[in-house]
Design a protein around this ligand. Sequence first.
Ligand code: ADP
Ligand code: MG
Length: 547
Amino acid sequence: MGKLALGVAVGVAVATCAVAGVVVGRRLRSRRKWRRVVGVLRELEESCETPVGRLKQVVDAMAVEMHAGLASEGGSKLKMLLTFVDRLPNGLDFLASNLICCPRFVVCFCVVCVVLFVNLLFGFVVRSEIGTYYALDLGGTNFRVLRVQLGGTRSSILSKDVKRQRIPQHLMTSTSEDLFDFITSKLKQFVEQEETVSEAAQSRTRELGFTFSFPVKQISIRSGFLIRWTKGFAIEDMIGCEIIERLQAALMKKGLDMCATVLVNDTVGILALGHYYDADTVAAVKIGTGTNACYMERADAIIKCQGLLTSSGAMVVNMEWGNFWSSHLPRTTYDIEMDMESPNPNDQGFEKMISGMYLGDIFRRVLLRMCEESDVFGPVSSKLLIPFVLEMPLMAAMHEDDTPDLKVVAAILREKLEIQDVPLKARRLVVKVCDVVTRRAARLAAAGIVGILKKIGRDGTGGITGSRSRSDAKMRRTVVAVEGSLYTSYMMFREYLHEALNEILGEDVAQHVVLRTTEDGSCVGAALLAALHSSSSSSSEGLHRRR
Ligand code: ADP
Ligand code: MG
């Protein structure tokens, strides 16, 4: 009896030990798996680090590359393209902002009167910024058609009508004929539905600005040749072609009596609109599907185009900063893989770290790696293998999920990526991944902006040579117009960008730098420039060069 009891007791003890062993083993395994997932995050954090010292190196590299791109054709990955925009629209707010900002009211008023008188004399402002103008904006996720009614110098935009539409995916890789047929047919519909346009406006040829946001070699304000596609577009027969000729031919085919007066990049439109509202605007940045920037440069600093004569002594330069590259940029294995698998490897390196088209895919790659390392997220979802499956607005929504149990994250993982029943602590990890990817992007964008300010001597350090010390460099109010959904609709992105800007510049200097959001600048600005360079206005075709 005693032996039996002992046997049972030993049996129970062995069984208990075995069960305990299994449980402990499972726990250990699961802890190991969790540690592996956290390890993926830690590795990501380390390789995405952007301490202010590194950002300052990026600033310097940006300013140096800008110099190199202006010195010679092909001197840098930054193309620093001439735009032939040598003056920017000025509205009534130009007067207002000067009068409000300057304490010496009377002096300022006199200066403004003189400026106005000169403008009147040359017919720059009054004659050209009046009437109804159109714009077509092609270059990102959305295509826009716009009509604005301009009241002239003493008033701003009387009315604005914009129609947005997504570009059908197949047209991005089709033929130029298909693409231009599509955009001109939308324009035709838009014009046919007009009600408010005066008879006078209808009786004359309608003028439009064409915003074409790809690298273009311009030879005048109304003529340019496509260098290459970016942002997922790939229409072979367009490369090297004159863009306005294509557009004009398509307009004619549709029987539209319209004339494309200017060809501009979206950032140039944003700068034009920014300047229309605030004359201290010196640069414009777009952070949407792709990213780019432009700024007003002294003509004599554009060394690669010697003897460039402009009416203002300056010209807007389209940097095509998406193609910026520097060894100081914090690059991860995910960036390298994404780049290698992209249709444009080794190009648009900066854009691939910053803009809406790519951030969602960096996130996807990190999550895929986490799923491969462990089953914290369950079996690997086949959705995670699809490139670009997660769009930026969804990633932003997960990042900004403020529900206590991260419901939004759970829903997006379930519905978009088919990853079910993710535990809360793993959902927190997902938010952290979004944070790391977005924070790096926003901080690099801030460094890019300071790079421009450094190049034009507005960063408080005395410019690229750094010849003056911070204390004796007098800071002028400096406005940068910013557009693009990442900046305008993604609060965390914007906050990180502002934070980095303050860190790099220091508070004393940062207080003089204003980032101003404009709306629809890519097309409204193009229409303003079309007005400024209207065929009925003077001196619109004066500036050009041989191809
Ligand atoms: P464009 O396509 O001309 O660049 P936008 O500035 O509107 O125009 O940018 C659209 C891009 O911005 C989309 O491709 C998407 O990646 C991103 N995006 C759109 N909405 C949001 C959002 N709420 N949060 C973050 N990114 C967004
Ligand atoms: Mg666009």
